[in-house]
Design a protein around this ligand. Structure first.
Ligand SMILES: CC(C)(COP(=O)(O)OP(=O)(O)OC[C@H]1O[C@@H](n2cnc3c(N)ncnc32)[C@H](O)[C@@H]1OP(=O)(O)O)[C@@H](O)C(=O)NCCC(=O)NCCS
Length: 346
């Protein structure tokens, strides 16, 4: 059997068996359940043919259509199905259906996530996409929840869904690239790191004898905007302002792209490595908040900022595609270079 059984927190995704008929037919023959599907509602022979076909497909080697019956671990009941079809050499398309008694409990999201893992980690795909009727909120929300991007809306591209009075329906196309999938995992990792914030701290003597950091603002978190607390320091040389450096306390999806540290050296003071030195002076503040790994991001075209990261010994993580919801995207940027600086190495 090429199709191996997969597991999620609450589900077993396994190849179909002939004895699945009743459970499959209970949703496949239901008009509401199949409203948005390109098939159905099924009569008995449709369902038997589907199961026979799914079993045959899962025995093909190489497999092109990975079809899974979704079985609830807690009751061993078959509650739906999902699949990944290989498209071309390195792409895949996802599909899913659940018995309507199991809608809105996160099972669709759970199956979808596992299929992405299969496609990217096990099958080595580069791009995975999914399509649905624009009125199928449940389905496109699953796509969004698992990190797919809406790539387009195709007008009258499919037959209308079964309760529509129109002939044709509109279709959304969603997709995710392997790179974006890896970013989601990196974000999950950083968001799991420890951070302590009871209040802003005052650490005296942030100086290396050449420059000094002087705190000029302590900006509280703005939870509605998902903004974390942030310090603003002036970089001073001989008591004169030479630039500014910010430190944002915490890990969020947005900070993966925006970074924990932002710096700017005023033009007359450039060329002395002040940005790198200012970062090093921040280390005690960063440690005071229980953080060890901080992210510094920059425009891929910004050589000075990239050099600052390299001189700090920060590790290049990747050039990440900015998501549309990020402020930097709205400002016109499309990619950022993401560096990780481990302050314990300092
Ligand atoms: C699409 C489907 C698999 C989603 O599964 P699910 O387990 O209900 O999805 P989740 O619980 O992970 O929730 C995803 C979101 O969709 C919403 N949702 C799910 N089913 C819904 C429905 N029938 N009507 C309205 N909203 C629905 C959930 O409330 C949740 O919304 P939120 O993100 O705003 O909180 C399921 O609705 C289904 O089987 N539909 C019929 C078959 C189908 O249309 N397949 C897709 C063809 S392209």
């Amino acid at each position: 059997m090429v199709v191996k059984t997969l597991e999620t927190e609450r589900l077993i995704l396994r190849p179909f068996e002939e004895t699945d008929f009743e459970a499959v037919h209970s949703y496949a023959s239901d008009a509401e359940n199949t409203r948005f599907m390109e098939w159905g509602p099924n009569d008995e022979s449709d369902t038997r043919n589907f199961i026979a076909e799914a079993i045959a497909r899962s025995r093909e080697n190489p497999c092109r259509n990975y079809q899974y019956a979704a079985v609830l671990k807690s009751t061993q009941k078959l509650i739906g199905a999902c699949n990944l079809i290989r498209r071309g050499d390195d792409q895949g398309e996802l599909g899913w259906i659940l018995h309507k008694n199991y809608w809105k409990q996160g099972f669709g999201t759970e199956m979808g996530r596992r299929l992405l893992e299969l496609g990217f980690d096990e099958l080595g795909l580069r791009r995975i996409f999914a399509r649905c009727d624009t009125e199928n909120y449940g389905s496109y929300r699953v796509m969004e929840r698992i990190g797919m991007r809406r790539e387009g809306c195709f007008v009258e591209a499919r037959p209308a869904h079964k309760l529509s009075d129109k002939k044709y329906g509109d279709e959304y196309l969603y997709a995710i690239l392997k790179d974006e999938w890896e970013v989601l995992r990196e974000i999950q990792y950083y968001n799991s790191l420890p951070v302590v914030f009871e209040d802003f701290v005052d650490i005296p003597g942030l100086t290396d004898g050449e420059i000094e950091l002087h705190c000029v603002a302590k900006n509280p978190a703005i939870p509605e905007k998902k903004w974390v607390p942030a310090y603003v320091f002036e970089i001073r040389r001989n008591c004169i302002r030479a630039g500014e450096i910010n430190f944002r306390v915490g890990y969020t999806d947005g900070l993966y792209y925006g970074g924990h540290i932002g710096y700017g050296v005023d033009e007359p003071h450039r060329g002395h490595g002040y940005a790198e030195k200012a970062c090093r002076l921040l280390a005690p503040v960063i440690r005071a908040h229980g953080m060890i790994k901080v992210l510094i991001t920059n425009d891929p075209g910004n050589t000075a900022s990239r050099r600052t990261c390299e001189k700090l010994g920060a590790k290049f993580i990747r050039k990440a595609r900015l998501p549309e919801w990020h402020d930097l995207y709205k400002e016109g940027m499309r990619f950022v270079n993401v560096f990780e600086w481990n302050v314990d190495n300092d």
